[in-house]
Design a protein around this ligand. Structure first.
Ligand code: UD1
Length: 418
């Protein structure tokens, strides 16, 4: 197990550059399956989940080459693909489920291991299954696998109960090669969905309405491979913005899109931060202890659940008390027990966490339970007296490329422990 050690007290100052979004690139890699030939992705982050997805694509018969220095990934997709995603890969990364839609529509079959529980709560697949079933697939759960079959999918009207990111993506990717028109109502509107739709359109798909609650797809006969640049990671950019505010620092984030962070940045300015758009990103400055700010997580354009731990960490050192409401993943407050080891005053009740700020936290060993909890704990460690060691740093590696190097570049006393 890896760990990140931070000594608190430094004010983060300087600049960092964000690469492509984890939550986009994994789906773009799955979308490459839709076209025979070589798809090239740019701004691919150097994170562990990309490796897992690359391994999954290789087992399906693709060749995947990565140029870390150039941040590119080339995926060569053969005419005939395998259609089984094994448990050993899916259990390491739930996002593996996004090969379901592309495989059913391109190969006519998919056996994808059920991801099982996740440290942030139960994450159902009912909407993925319902959407594909409406499009003519038979989907059954057999021996721990979702077994889907459809010689040819047809267009359908799919009304999602909830704007699920994963279900929207799977149904969208399945629809591009189906017969006829598919409409997805109550679709997720995340920038990563728009990114996926842009790549699909460049491949020759007919997709309208991505970024709105209604996506319309007219199926086409075939798609061509393309080159595509991954949308910048708004969660990583926002994490640096929150870190700047918490440490009363001055951080410029390059390759960020402030328009993807509107509500989160609005909350940070309420906390007292000065936020400016720059030519290719944003700058966050803070000259005082942050004011406590209420946060409610919601599907985009609401504040992302992936910011919840970082905002709890901010409130833990803020002036005043705030309520943080989590509406997406019920177990995401689990990390609060770890934050309490640093002296944070947080009480949870169901979906709500009441956070009473303390002027200073106190460094301690803690354990990261998922990617964002890990980031939240490191941020809290930056505002704690003495040394905080965040164990389970491999979770952080799944979502943040070069996190420790970036922290060091911004002036933090941080190091990675083997
Ligand atoms: C994606 C992101 C994750 C982010 C989340 C919400 C990736 C790889 N991960 O996850 O970082 O936190 O969006 O913004 O992109 N649900 C069901 N049935 C379904 C599908 C979802 O009940 O068929 C529920 C889930 O249990 C959860 C909620 O819907 O409570 C949101 O899930 P969803 O939007 O699908 O998130 P993911 O795609 O898994």
């Amino acid at each position: 197990m890896a760990a990140i050690r931070v000594s608190g007290g430094a004010r983060l100052a300087g600049s960092v550059r964000v690469t492509g979004a984890k939550n986009s690139v994994l789906k773009l890699m799955a979308a490459a399956l839709l076209a025979r030939g070589c798809t090239v992705l740019h701004e691919v982050p150097d994170i562990h989940d990309v490796e897992i997805m690359a391994e999954l694509l290789r087992r399906l018969g693709c060749s995947v080459e990565r140029d870390l220095a150039a941040r590119t990934l080339a995926i060569t997709v053969p005419e005939h693909l395998e259609h089984r995603a094994d448990y050993d890969l899916v259990r390491r990364m739930r996002a593996s489920i996004c090969v379901l839609g592309p495989l059913v529509t391109r190969v006519g079959a998919a056996d994808v291991a059920l991801p099982g529980g996740d440290a942030i709560g139960s994450r159902g697949l009912d909407m993925h299954i319902d959407g594909l079933t409406r499009m003519g697939a038979t989907v059954a759960s057999e021996h721990g696998y979702l077994v889907a079959q459809a010689p040819r999918l047809h267009g359908a009207h799919v009304d999602l109960d909830f704007p699920s990111v994963g279900a929207t993506e799977n149904i969208l990717m399945a629809a591009v090669l189906a017969d006829g028109t598919t409409t997805i109502e109550n679709a997720a509107r995340e920038p990563e969905i728009v990114d996926l739709a842009e790549m699909l359109r460049a491949m020759g798909a007919q997709v309208d309405g991505a970024g709105t609650p209604t996506i319309t797809v007219v199926g086409v006969e075939g798609l061509q491979p393309v080159e595509h640049t991954t949308v910048p990671d708004r969660i990583v950019a926002g994490t640096w913005a929150i870190a700047a505010a918490m440490t009363q620092g001055d951080v410029t984030v390059h390759n960020a899109r402030p328009e993807h962070l509107e509500l989160a940045l609005d909350r940070l300015s309420l906390a007292g931060a000065a936020i400016d758009a720059t030519a290719d990103g944003l700058r966050v400055r803070m000259d005082r202890r942050p004011r406590a700010i209420d946060i409610v997580t919601l599907p985009y354009p609401g504040i992302a659940t992936d910011f919840q731990p970082q905002f709890i960490a901010l409130n833990a050192v803020a002036d005043g008390a705030a309520m943080v409401t989590e509406n997406l993943f019920e177990a995401r407050f689990r990390f609060v027990q770890e934050l309490a080891r640093l002296g944070a005053d947080v009480r949870t009740d169901g979906h709500h966490a009441l956070v009473r700020g303390r002027a200073r936290l106190s460094g301690a060993p803690v354990e990261a339970t998922d990617i964002r909890a890990g980031a939240g704990l490191v941020l809290a460690g930056l505002c704690a007296d003495g040394v905080t060691t965040v164990h389970g740093a491999e979770h952080i590696d799944r979502g943040y490329a070069g996190f420790v190097e970036d922290l060091q570049a911004l002036g933090a006393d941080a190091e990675r422990l083997a």
